[in-house]
Each structure stands twice: as structure tokens, then as C-alpha cells.
Design a binder for this molecule. Sequence first.
Ligand SMILES: *Cc1c(COP(=O)(O)O)cnc(C)c1O
Length: 443
Amino acid sequence: MSEHENNHQVIEDATYSTETHLIYGQSQDPRWDYSHHLLPPISASATFRLDSAQRGAQGFTEFAHSSDGVTVKSKAPIYIYDRLGEPNKDMLEENLAYAEHGEIAVSFASGMAAISAVLGALTGSGSEVLAHRTLYGCTYSLLTNWYPRLKIGVQFADFSNPTEVKRKITKHTRVLYMESPVNPTLRLVDLKAIAQIAAEVNVRRSPEEKLYTVVDSTFATPFCQRPITLGIDFVVHSLTKAIGGFGTDIGGVVIGPKWSYDMLMLYRKDFGGVLSAKSAWPVLVQGLPSLGVRMRQMQETAMKVAEFLTRRPEIECVHYPGLPTFNQAELARRQMVDYDGNFAPGAMIYFTMKGSTAHDALARAERFINDIATNAYCITLAVSLGNIRTLIEHPGSMTHSAIPPDEQVAKGLDPGGIRLAIGLEKPEDIITDLRRSMDRTRS
Ligand SMILES: *Cc1c(COP(=O)(O)O)cnc(C)c1O
């Protein structure tokens, strides 16, 4: 066995834990000539020097032809131009695929670029997407504002009700699309049950008409659940959130089966939503390696904060998958587990405030959030999540404002609902800020 092949076994060596592999990846690898560096340097070259016209031609021939038996892994890649691929992204993609227990990963400029790429690659005019009724606002906007123009049909269903999903699948449906936990309500979708529905439908379908399942697993991160191991075909993430972890860069990724690699790479090359190497680098050397330790700490804090919230008289309802009172507690325990098999309910909390009317609840939520924005030291009013700083926001008027107010209620969004994304502060400090603002805005 050559040294080259030997090195490729590193990430598969089960002697070492997943979390340690996320720090080292393939470690020293002859594909990258960085053997002097502890960390790979930022790849900052838009184009690449080619030794000969033949080598250039070979690079173009090989690009997105991995399924012709030429696996990218088997030799040093020929880099041509950053939009086609470069070392930082390749290293990151390898580690992201590994983190999700998927076969391949392709990175994109943002979470939305990743979502539009996987959906764009799997659909065409005349086909349909069946999506869960509650979705991240921009995904909802993509499906409802842009897909009609492309003559791609969009239907919605309550994915926590598998019978409804089954009923709404038509012969044109190509994608079942969902988030779990759902942004922002934290409702869970039984991913195994949805994957089974797709498998049953596919028994009667030709390969060209296959139905695929796609999960936006951003809220969970690969640390808290791995949908592909439950039978899901594709996972998408916004790298901007907990995987990036420090809030410095925007990025996204699609993780899926090997056969989809060429298609996704071609899509990225031609639609152009390529992740900058300078944004891939912090995810590679800082975000992903520290994902486990951050998530473990953040979810321990989330549990304490959720418990605090359940005790406050002004709170109507607290949604956190870690709480024993969570209405899908059994599913949460089954589906959300870390790499060691421990329950991993994540670091997102959604809660609603009491009010005599819906309008009153909304007014109280706004007063409370504005007090946090003005007075809190370690909670910031800002969208995004999975950051080392705790962030609070009001989905009804911010992240989910693309959904019309009357439809928000029908989609399970409470007008007075508040989303809290726990960071790395001490739990007591987050609780201090929450308590002070609640006390001040009580009346
Ligand atoms: C933020 C987010 C996205 C979009 O990601 P960007 O990197 O901002 O494009 C998609 N889905 C979920 C669940 C998100 O929270």
C-alpha cells in the first residue's frame, strides 16, 4: 500500500473519535502540499498555474466527472479556477461529509445558495416540491416567489403528520423538503418516517422520476443529528450558523450521495454561488473542529435557560427539545443524539409570552425584546444563531417576515413568539439579562 492510500484511511480510522477527526480531517495528505503547516494556509488564488495545455485539458475533462471511475480522491486534483474548486473548499467539504456521515459534500456561498442548488438540481419545470408548512423565511420566499416563475409546483403539508405527506405526493413530486427542528418553532419532523414514505413511493418509480428527501439541518448541526443515517438523501446547512460558529462568514453546504457530486459541482460552476476560500478557511480550522465542544456547552446552558423560562409567570410556553415537557420528547430523544449516542437537543429555544389577546402578547414580546436590545449585556437583538454570543430575535417581524402575518398563525408561528439562540456565556449571566428585562417590562 502506498503512502498515499495509507493517508486516505486516516479519517476512516475508528480508533479515533469523530470529534478528533473533525480537528485533523485527513491530516497530512499528499493532495495538499502543506506539510510544513500546522494549519492549512488560506488559499487565495483565483486561478491556478497549469504546467501544460494537456494538463489544463485534463483538468477540464475531469471536472465533475468523478462518476466515470476517476475519483477526485485517488490523485492530486488539477485546480484550474476557484469557481471550479480549490484546496480549502475541498478539505472543508471532505470534513463536512464526514461530520454528517454522508458520502460527499459541496459547499456554496451561503445557506440559501446551497438550498437553491440542491432544489435546482433535483427539479425542473413541471415537477413539484412538497415542503413542510413552516420554513425559514427565505426558503419560503424562494419556493413561493421564484418557483412559480420557473413552473415548478410547490405544495405544503404538515410533515409531523406522515399521512398528510403521503396524501399530498403526486406523480410530479420530486422533492420532500423540510427542516428539523423547524425554524423557529422547534417542532420536529420524524425524519425516519419521511424517508420511509419516500422509499415506499420509489418502489414504483423509474430512476428519472425518483422522489428525494432534503433536510435543512442547520438548527441541529451534525453534532445533534445525522439525517442521512436515518435514510434521508440530502442534508443542507447554513455554515453561517453553528458550524461556522463565530459569525465571521457566510456559507452553505449540501451533503448527499456520491452520484450527486458531479451534478452539484456543475450547478455551482454555472450558477456561480461559490464559497470564497477565505470563508471556507475559518469553518475548516475554527468552526468545525470546535463544533462538539461548543454545542455540548451551549446545550447545557440552553437546558438551564429553558428551565428558568418555564418558571417565569409571564411566559406562556417554552419550546426546547431537551425539556421533559416538550411535546415531541420521545422523538427528540430518538432522533437528536450526538456522536457518542447522548441526547443532544441543541441550543435553540422558542418561547411565547402571555397576553390577554394576541395583540397584547405581541406588544409584550416587543417591549421585552426592546428592553433586551437597550439594556442587556450578554444577549444581543440580532438574527442568526449558533454564535458564541447569545442572540434573540422576533421571527414574526424579522427572519420570517416573508410569510404574511395571517399565514404565520396557520403555519404555527405565534405572533408573540421569541427565538433565543444560546451562546457560550455562563448560563447565570444569560438568565440575569432575561430576568432583568422581564422584571422591567412586566406591567
Ligand atoms: C440562516 C438559515 C438559512 C440560510 O442560510 P444563509 O447562510 O443565511 O444563506 C437556511 N436555513 C436555516 C434554518 C437558517 O437558519
